[in-house]
Design a protein around this ligand. Sequence first.
Ligand SMILES: NC(=O)c1ccc[n+]([C@@H]2O[C@H](COP(=O)([O-])OP(=O)(O)OC[C@H]3O[C@@H](n4cnc5c(N)ncnc54)[C@H](OP(=O)(O)O)[C@@H]3O)[C@@H](O)[C@H]2O)c1
Length: 283
Amino acid sequence: VNHKETTRKLNNGVDIPVVGFGTFKIDDKNVKELVLSAVDIGYRHIDTASYYNNEKGIGEAIKDCGLKREELFITSKLWMDDLGYNNTIKAFEKTMENLKLDYIDLYLVHWPRPLAVESWKALEEFVQQKRARAIGVCNYKKQHLEELIASTNIIPAINQIEIHPKLQQQETYEYCMKNNIAVEAWSPIMKGKVAEMEILITIGHKYNKSPAQVALRWHLQKNIIVIPKSSHQERMKQNMDIFDFNLSDEDMLSIATLEEDIRLGFDPDYIYKNGFDPKRDLK
Ligand SMILES: NC(=O)c1ccc[n+]([C@@H]2O[C@H](COP(=O)([O-])OP(=O)(O)OC[C@H]3O[C@@H](n4cnc5c(N)ncnc54)[C@H](OP(=O)(O)O)[C@@H]3O)[C@@H](O)[C@H]2O)c1
């Protein structure tokens, strides 16, 4: 793999930009302007979800950004309340209407749940109908992937999971690499917390890069796609400016020692078993 490349091929031949723009917690009112800035800065891959309630604003940005549709890579996700074959079709139509698109580049199941297998049959149809160029999952551990793959036809193109230096997900990462499922990291810079990590600061000094840039570069060199979010243009630029340096093997190894099994989000096993209830699960 050439880590200078800004795109790579998924297991079905579709190209994906390896740095995308995350939009979780960006309000529908503000998202249009921020996505337009991101596109100006050079982002071509935008990550959203029906759960983020900002698809409409993103659709406005796509329409008005001045680029051709095929120059952009757009991802959205199926929320867990919408699982099951018929619900999935309804949810997908809603997402497409919100985004004002007639095809999407990547459609993901947002969390593993037993019913997701039924949804996957609908996702396979979206691919056949050329309304989704690629389909995948989020937050799947090895056992969830095995369950899905055993009873469906298309192997997920992507598994989008929480990964950063303090949560490296070795088992899931290796399973995905072995099965040609691309790994995409959410919270790749630990929601900004990498800025305080001494080792990353020290490594960054060698290359004149910030700790966030070191963390993002570490992902790319592990062949992981990243989708950092920022509401500030300066940081949006920084998070894209990671193609002109290479971490040494020694740097990669010292970052590998930072593993602490620390999660910022839910454990997928908890969600698989219990689903998600905002009253119970959000403090
Ligand atoms: N599939 C899933 O279940 C799932 C779950 C969570 C997230 N995601 C996706 O992954 C994306 C990224 O994850 P995330 O938003 O949780 O976290 P993140 O990208 O790791 O971090 C974003 C935070 O870091 C700050 N930041 C951005 N660039 C920085 C830099 N260069 N230096 C220092 N701080 C910086 C941002 O602040 P400012 O905005 O103030 O710059 C923001 O608070 C989401 O937006 C979403 O699209 C998916």
